[in-house]
Design a protein around this ligand. Structure first.
Ligand code: SF4
Length: 77
């Protein structure tokens, strides 16, 4: 299952409710959130995973009180 996680870093306030739901979320040096192999661009953190952890990512998104995390399934065409 391929899916993309996007975090709006202009909204993220380092509350870290996401870490508890999905251990791939970590605190970055600047106090905001980061993900393995995540790319920061235009105020967003973006990474695509291809594994069976979509549920954890969705739980992290649901736990974020600022609704900064978006999880989207990626379908190959
Ligand atoms: S829970 Fe939301 S606001 Fe808090 S660190 Fe995670 S993404 Fe940022």
């Amino acid at each position: 299952m391929s899916y993309e996680i996007t975090v709006d870093l202009t909204t993220c306030d380092g509350i870290f409710a996401c870490l508890v739901r999905d251990g791939r979320f970590e605190e970055a040096d600047d106090g905001l959130v980061t993900l393995p192999d995540g790319r920061r661009e235009d105020g967003e953190l973006r990474v695509t995973f291809d594994d069976d952890r979509l549920g954890e990512a969705r739980d992290a998104a649901a736990a974020c009180p600022l609704d900064a995390i978006d999880v989207r399934e990626v379908t190959e065409s």
